[in-house]
Design a protein around this ligand. Structure first.
Ligand SMILES: *Cc1c(COP(=O)(O)O)cnc(C)c1O
Length: 408
């Protein structure tokens, strides 16, 4: 049985065409892009092409606005450090409670080890940022506001253009972690107020270990890594040429297939989600009321344990992920779901299904067949479920009540 992979927000399969494009740069074209001989100049040309391919996907005005990094985490860290470094009079970072650890852990570290004030803005039950609190937190002390474009667990989208404008009204810089957005939603940075944007190759069918930070022309930037003059002095270290070439190719393909994310992938996701809610009831579609990525479906099953569901799915050849991170052996509910005030009974039962352009209708059918019996069996075995919802394993409610609950 071929496994069904529905964990594309964790990582995607590298596209065959991306691998093809990369291979020569491990063998014949092994030069160092900084070398002045032919070995180097060939490779430098390939890096230039990749930068333009990425520029086109982002609609950036200049290819020099892109700095290749080792991934999303490095791009996020570089943005935070730089914003503080270039504005010595400002020491506040404003961010959201649902950011990826690449932002939250770095910002927390900065606030604990130097004179940096961290303000974390909450979200509502659907994962939407508290815009009033965000605006109130911006002021003359704010160096940077950093709010993700799309959340990796729920797929909830933030109004980043508005957020950038508010940050600018306070004289602060605006950064967005767009790792989950790039390749899934249309982006046009040429007409944007966003100052910095992070992306990662392996979330858009390029390999792991390559990413980029966009730094708008005119925005001051201090490098995180110091050393050689690579990347116009903004990121030292010999370029990861195969990775860069792969990211360029992946960007080109993503631009061609962006429409498919918005139509075919979204339709598959919606069919899956409605099918599950209709068949099972008593499950919360997390972020279901908000604008969301077309590929992400985060569902919390009331009174159940995500690990048990994932184990049964695994046995059925289906890979998804839970909203919990296993910390020191104990299951910690996800910080994203806690920030959304997901009811305690549902907090441990959240499963994220994330599709991609590789996902087929047949695969969705398989999950729609396999998941309901798993949930019904687990409900029948759960004392908590029996307590709250009675003896039946559901669906206990008429369809309308279920939809209301799904969007609660
Ligand atoms: C995956 C991810 C990152 C980290 O990117 P890496 O390339 O794995 O370092 C950062 N932010 C978000 C939202 C992500 O989903």
């Amino acid at each position: 049985m071929i496994p069904v992979y529905l964990d594309n927000n964790a990582t995607t399969r590298t596209d065959e065409a991306v691998v093809e494009a990369m291979l020569p740069f491990f063998t014949g074209q092994f030069g160092n892009a900084s070398s002045s001989h032919a070995f180097g100049s060939e490779v430098a040309g390939a890096v230039r092409t990749a930068r333009r391919q990425l520029q086109a996907l982002l609609g950036a005005a200049h290819d020099s606005e892109l700095v290749f990094t080792s991934g999303g985490t490095e791009a996020d860290n570089a943005a935070l450090w730089s914003a503080l470094d270039v504005q010595p009079g400002r020491n506040r970072i404003v961010t959201s409670a649902v950011e990826h650890p690449a932002i939250l852990a770095c910002a927390t570290w900065l606030s604990q080890t130097r004179d940096v004030e961290l303000v974390t803005i909450g979200v509502d039950g659907s994962g939407r940022l508290d815009i009033d609190a965000y605006r109130a937190a911006l002021g003359p002390q704010t160096a940077l506001a950093s709010v993700m474009w799309a959340n990796n667990e729920t797929g909830v989208l933030n109004p980043v253009e508005d957020l950038a404008r508010y940050a600018h009204e306070a004289g602060a810089l605006f950064h967005t972690d767009a790792v989950q957005a790039v390749g899934k939603v249309a982006i046009d940075l040429s007409a944007s107020e966003i100052d910095m944007l992070s992306l990662s190759g392996h979330k858009l069918h390029a390999p792991k270990g390559i990413g980029a930070l966009y730094v708008k022309k005119g925005v001051k930037f201090r490098p995180l890594l110091r050393g050689g003059r690579q990347e116009r002095g903004r990121r030292a270290g010999t370029e990861n040429v195969p990775g860069i070439v792969g990211l360029g190719k992946a960007a080109e393909i993503a631009a061609e297939r962006l429409g498919e994310e918005q139509t075919r992938v979204r339709a598959l996701r919606d069919r899956f989600e409605h099918g599950i809610v209709r068949r099972l009831g008593q499950c919360f579609v997390l972020g279901g009321e908000a604008d969301r990525l077309p590929n992400t479906c985060d569902i919390a099953f009331d009174c159940l344990d995500a690990e048990a569901i994932l184990m049964k799915l695994e046995q059925a050849g289906i890979a998804a992920s839970s909203g919990s991170a296993c910390a020191s052996g104990s299951m910690e509910p996800s910080h994203v779901l806690r920030a959304m005030d997901v009811p305690a009974s549902a907090l441990q039962g959240a499963i994220r299904f994330s599709l991609s352009r590789d996902t087929t209708a047949g695969e969705i059918d398989r999950v729609l067949d396999a998941l309901p019996p798993i949930i019904l069996r687990l409900r029948a075995m759960s004392p908590l479920w029996q307590d709250r919802h009675g003896q039946g394993a559901g669906p206990a409610e008429p369809a309308e009540a279920l939809v209301a609950m799904a969007g609660e």
